[in-house]
Design a protein around this ligand. Sequence first.
Ligand code: PMT
Length: 255
Amino acid sequence: FLACGYIGSGRRADPDVIVEEMEVLITPKDLQDVRVLVTAGPTWEALDPVRHLANRSSGKMGYAVARNARRRGAHVTLISGPTALVPPRGVETLAVVNAREMEQAVVREATSSDVVVMAAAVGDFRPSDSLRHKIKRGRSDLELRLVPNPDILAKLGTLKGTRVLVGFAAETRDLVANARRKLQAKGVHVMVANDVTAEGAGFDVDTNIVTLIDRSGRVERLAKMSKDAVATAILDRVVELRGTRRDTRTLARQL
Ligand code: PMT
């Protein structure tokens, strides 16, 4: 009995917390103590003090990867652009706003990670100048000059060492061909390709339709499923890759 009715050790935990902790209990720990870094959400590039350039990412896909990696026993760090989501339980969540902040945080955290999954929708461009005062009406048109943002994933691709690197490709056409090009250009082990124009896929929905493409040329098309189920499929692939790489290293030592 709680005298105040609200606060005290006898208070039942929130149902969402109970369900999440039950998920943790029943999930096999095939990523036990593996350090997983995940990015999620959009980046916001300031135009003036009241406006920014952004995209439609809600963060749901990346948060699902972070949540599911934690369920499997991983130590998870989530670097998130601005979203309306509650940070996943048991996950260290670091908030960033723009692509350059995300780059700094990712490069810093990646050094102590075994696996990196880049689900964030990083803005490829930012305004060349962020104005100190609000842009006013009163002119017929307005030209914006944009400059490229750093390609965080490509940078990680050159520094990956023994890390497993997973990227996402958000496409609107030629899904597999474009994703394959990004897999090569960014030096990742697996590319998760989604056609963001398909119904029930991509931005701000609870489901996704993805194709997993790896460096061996394997292309696995998955049906429409919840983002949690997509996260599970991606992490299965990570476990598989880590196993193969460990086996290869052991074999090399034995030879
Ligand atoms: O957040 P949700 O609403 O759930 O939506 C999910 C999603 C559509 C955002 C997600 O499934 C997805 O596709 N994420 C990647 C979006 C994206 O930026 O795709 P891209 O094809 O432009 O980039 C390819 C890869 O390079 C991505 O892993 C991206 O994180 C990375 N990138 C891109 C640009 C950049 N400057 N730096 C990067 O690291």
